[in-house]
Write a protein that binds this ligand. Structure first.
Ligand code: ADP
Ligand code: MG
Length: 232
């Protein structure tokens, strides 16, 4: 496999669980598109960030101690104006104090991404085979469908494409019943870039999940809207 342009080197990051923003910095350093976002310690900072990013926005509560944010009321989507954002900021801040007492790292304001489909991309360490990457159906479907493909890193673009084409959800990505096809080429590019990140970090990267990667219509690219990683 040949290293794609703009893949690496990785930025210096702390050990242990990364925040979503830190995990996205790793992805961005390998050329994977991630949400525009800014952290906000106060409602006024959140409003200023949303004006720069552009409404509608997403607000999330940040704590590296939390695994599933939406289960805990820490994700608010599609906030259309300043009033909605201020209300959500108060609610998410309260939910964060309950979910992770003393371990709150404030809030993050993100662009609201839209697309045709969602995938899960992951990286893990196999004790025998070393760095591996995974692709699967996104969102809650990950757990239900057990629709996952896996291969050792790094990957060529065509290997990455074959992993996505090999999923049972692949026909949905190609467009069903008049829905536009999703950008499978861009998803393969993202998976190939993730594989270089996994290969470069080796055993330092205990695990990394992009869940979900949103796929826009063919030709429009992808965007990672959530990421988690653990470094050793
Ligand atoms: P969790 O920690 O619960 O996985 P996520 O950040 O993945 O939290 O948010 C939950 C869901 O909200 C995602 O699966 C995705 O469908 C949606 N979502 C999250 N962030 C964005 C965003 N910036 N734009 C659009 N949708 C988003
Ligand atoms: Mg998620």
């Amino acid at each position: 496999a040949a290293r794609p342009e703009g893949a690496g080197p990785p930025p210096a990051l702390p050990r242990g669980s990364l925040t979503e923003g830190e995990a996205k910095r790793l992805l961005a350093a390998y050329g994977m598109p991630v949400t525009r976002e800014a952290s906000a310690a106060t409602a006024d900072e959140a409003v200023a960030a949303a004006r720069r990013i552009g409404f509608p926005v997403v607000l999330k509560g940040v704590s590296r101690a939390v695994v599933h944010k939406s289960d805990l009321g820490l994700v608010r989507l599609n906030l259309r104006d300043e009033a909605a954002l201020r209300t959500a900021f108060a609610e998410v801040t309260a939910a964060l104090e309950r979910a992770a007492p003393g371990a709150s790292e404030g809030c993050v304001v993100q662009e609201m991404a839209r697309g045709e489909a969602e995938l899960f991309l992951g990286a893990t360490q196999d004790p025998q085979f070393g760095p591996m990457v995974l692709a699967g159906a996104g969102g809650v479907l990950v757990e239900f469908l057990q629709d996952v493909t896996m291969a050792p890193a790094p990957l060529t673009l065509s290997e990455a494409r074959a992993m996505i084409e090999g999923l049972r959800v692949a026909p949905l990505l190609r467009g069903l019943r008049g829905r536009p096809p999703a950008d499978i080429d861009a998803a393969a590019d993202a998976l190939m870039r993730l594989s270089w990140l996994a290969a470069d970090l080796g055993p330092r990267l205990a695990e990394l999940d992009v869940n979900p990667l949103i796929l826009r219509a063919a030709g429009q690219g992808t965007i990672a809207v959530d990421a988690r990683a653990t470094l050793t």
